[in-house]
Write a protein that binds this ligand. Structure first.
Ligand SMILES: [Zn+2]
Length: 95
């Protein structure tokens, strides 16, 4: 299993200390050689500000989404191929 890299770990800590949670971790596969970390809640402007300040190795991205595939935003560590993904809306809790 890939370790969380030192670049993205502080960003995850910032998100979690704001009350967010890790929803799902998708291990790299042949099609997509990236470790994907999905969070439950959207990116707030306060969390974005902190991550932008403290995690300057990460690349911020935004995706508008398409029908059946909602918008997302997040941060990528291009050195380590790890992607942190925030949904555009709160992830519904499983019943
Ligand atoms: Zn990294």
């Amino acid at each position: 299993m890939n370790k969380l890299c030192q670049h993205i770990a502080p960003a995850i800590n910032i998100a979690i200390s704001s009350g967010n949670k890790i929803y799902y971790i998708e291990l790299p596969n042949e099609e997509n050689g990236k470790l994907l970390i999905d969070l439950y809640d959207p990116l707030t402007s306060e969390v974005k500000k902190q991550i932008d300040e403290k995690c300057q190795d990460l690349r911020f991205w935004e995706w508008e989404g398409v029908p059946h595939n909602p918008a997302e935003k997040g941060y990528t560590c291009d050195k380590c191929n790890i992607v942190l993904i925030f949904p555009s809306r709160k992830t519904p809790q499983m019943p």
